[in-house]
Design a protein around this ligand. Structure first.
Ligand code: CUA
Length: 389
């Protein structure tokens, strides 16, 4: 080979190495990072502990195979005087050896893997139970055994996108979908699991006690349509006291005054938000049972998130946008734009006015096309953020 070709190759390798460092520098080092290599709870830690030794074994085998390939390719390359090496095709001893060694490695891998699968498949004792509904394109959470938080709690709590969990307590999730296949994934707390229609899947996760006050990010990990990439989620880890307080706050419904204001703003009248969203206090019949209706069949299932306590969350639109800026001030403009013309803020299958006939809408309709003015949208945004008009 000519020197020039070698030089070109050397440049290529150098470029690749440089790119590796540049891309590695792009890694998110924030405390929210979605990084299964930095576990913050027992489930993620057990999964990582299972993975790590086998990555080492795989790396050793990989390096050995590639090195041997390069070594022999160079040693026996075509050149004057270089004879063919001794042929070993059909050598029984060698063939048995390289069949048995991988088989032994596979068995050695299978034993701890299968036993961890079985271990994590068991419902932990004293778990908080949450049913997770994968929606297009957001997450709904229904807390079903809050009487284990306090004996006098006889209600369930329903919220969206941001899962509050008490630090140091296992949380057992029932994963359910009424539409397509999603996958629930919070890398720092647990590996992913599919959320499939027609079948309940289960998983559990837990955050270490010292993680109280932290927020971990996650996302849908199974392609589920147009806004799959925007089907994000956050797990808010509370101290047990903060969690109990949060549960209580989520049970409160709007005052009569607030319900009247919602009607004046068109929320429960002109714009018909209750067709998709639960708004506590508006309909007492719904307040008594806020579970997702017929969740297994998908019939009458709720299309949009519970907005009663939207201002308590840190994000909206499937956790795509922050509700507050870094100084803690509410981002009224962001929420206004979302309410006014949501399909331009997040791809949806329905960039149409509300109640357009003959269309199956997935996602927020376009209220700008429905005759809503920007001022209308801003007033609704301020109302949902619990600000003065
Ligand atoms: Cu839900 Cu991807």
């Amino acid at each position: 080979m000519t020197t020039q070709r070698w030089r070109r190759r050397a440049y290529g390798v150098a470029l690749l190495a440089a790119a590796t460092f540049v891309f590695a520098a792009c890694a998110d080092n924030s405390e929210h990072e979605q990084n299964g290599l930095e576990p913050h709870g027992p489930v993620a830690r057990k999964q990582l502990d299972l993975l790590t030794p086998w990555v080492v074994v795989a790396a050793v085998i990989g390096i050995a195979v590639v090195s041997a390939t390069v070594f022999f390719a160079l040693k026996y390359r075509e050149r004057p005087g270089n004879e063919n090496p001794k042929q070993i095709h059909g050598h029984s001893g060698l063939e048995i050896t390289w069949t048995i060694i991988p088989a032994v490695i596979m068995v050695a891998m299978a034993v701890p893997t299968v036993s961890l699968i079985w271990e994590l498949d068991k419902k932990p004792a004293d778990a908080l139970e949450v049913t997770v509904y994968g929606k297009q394109w957001w997450w709904e959470y229904q807390y079903t055994n809050l009487d284990t938080v306090s004996a006098d709690i006889d209600y369930q709590v329903n919220t969206a996108n941001e899962l509050h969990i008490p630090a140091g307590r296992p949380v057992y999730l029932t994963l359910r979908s009424t539409n397509v296949i999603h996958s629930f994934w919070v890398p720092s707390l647990a590996g992913k699991k599919d959320v499939t229609p027609g079948r309940d899947n289960h998983m559990w996760l837990e955050a270490d006690p010292e993680e109280a006050g932290k927020v971990f990010y996650g996302q849908c990990a199974e392609y589920c349509g147009l806004s799959h990439a925007d089907m994000r989620l956050r797990v808010v880890v509370d101290s047990p006291e903060d969690f109990a307080a949060w549960v209580e706050s989520q049970h409160e419904v709007w005052s009569e005054e607030r319900v009247a204001q919602a009607a004046d703003l068109g929320i429960t009248t002109t714009w018909g938000c209750t067709a998709c969203h639960y708004l506590g206090g508006v309909d007492p019949a719904v307040d008594t049972d806020i579970t997702d209706t017929d969740a297994k069949t998908g019939e009458n299932a709720r299309f949009g998130p519970n907005l009663t306590h939207l201002a308590d969350r840190s994000s909206f639109a499937g956790a795509k946008y922050d509700l507050y800026d870094e100084n803690g001030n509410p981002d009224v403009d962001a929420l206004t734009n979302w309410i006014w013309h949501a399909p331009e803020r997040k791809p949806a299958q329905c960039n149409k006015p509300v109640a357009a006939s003959g269309t199956r809408c997935v996602g927020m309709p376009n209220f700008e096309k429905s005759g809503m003015t920007q001022a209308d949208a801003a007033a609704i945004a301020r109302f949902l953020l619990e600000l003065d008009q």
